[in-house]
Design a protein around this ligand. Sequence first.
Ligand code: HEC
Ligand code: HEC
Length: 205
Amino acid sequence: MKAKTLAVAALIAATATTWAAGETATTTAETEAPSVSVADGLEAWSRIYEVASHPRCSNCHVGESGIPMWSGPSYGKTRPHGMNIAAGESRIGAEFVTCATCHTRSTQGNTVAHAAPRVDMDWQLAPAQADWFGRTSQEICSQLRDPERNGGRTAQDIAEHLDHDLILHWAWDPGGGREPAPYSLQEHIADVMAWGMAGMPCPNG
Ligand code: HEC
Ligand code: HEC
């Protein structure tokens, strides 16, 4: 795990210099040539979309409903989380039963089939604005590049956030017979960086 984190840190450091030059391309795409072509950026985006729309990610990235989903190969039929779970505006279930009641905090994952997944941070839904479940590639792309709706992040901030977030590490190693998110965390981070350097292109422009 340590080696993995270091490799990712090295990747970010290696791309940071290029990034500094490429950063303005996201805002002044017409005047500055992006350091990654738009075509390559769109290819990176299509892989990012495969990840974002995968159940290991989108089951938590639901909108205003605040209801996590159970879906994907190991879940049979797609359906709302059992036991009438709702996250409420708090997104952690504070108004009802908190997610942490079952998704306890631990450095040891819970790999028993059908047991509640756990990581060493508070389990909770993503912000309602990061509403990805059942959304199209264009919809998710527009949200992720919009600082008004993505927590004010640049693509580099997103890439760094991905490395820090233990829930994301879980999504690639979910245990309990669940299908992991596609590609790997490192590949996903590299794709987010490349997409950013291409000016965050979306399929419909
Ligand atoms: C257990 C629920 C959960 C799962 C599963 C999950 N996320 Fe999230 N996600 C969150 C929470 C909570 C936040 C808000 C964290 C923050 O802003 O610090 C978040 C925020 C994000 C953000 C910040 C962007 C934004 O618009 O706010 C990105 C990018 C992201 N997640 C990607 C992913 C990816 C990729 C996966 C799958 C590999 C994934 N998430 C799986 C809960 C989840
Ligand atoms: C009463 C216990 C309980 C509570 C409370 C609870 N969960 Fe769960 N959750 C479970 C169990 C058990 C599973 C595993 C189901 C399975 O694998 O068949 C699960 C699975 C999930 C999954 C599916 C993970 C995947 O594989 O994609 C998500 C997402 C999730 N919960 C989110 C939440 C959120 C968000 C909250 C709080 C709003 C919450 N849960 C509250 C018991 C609970």
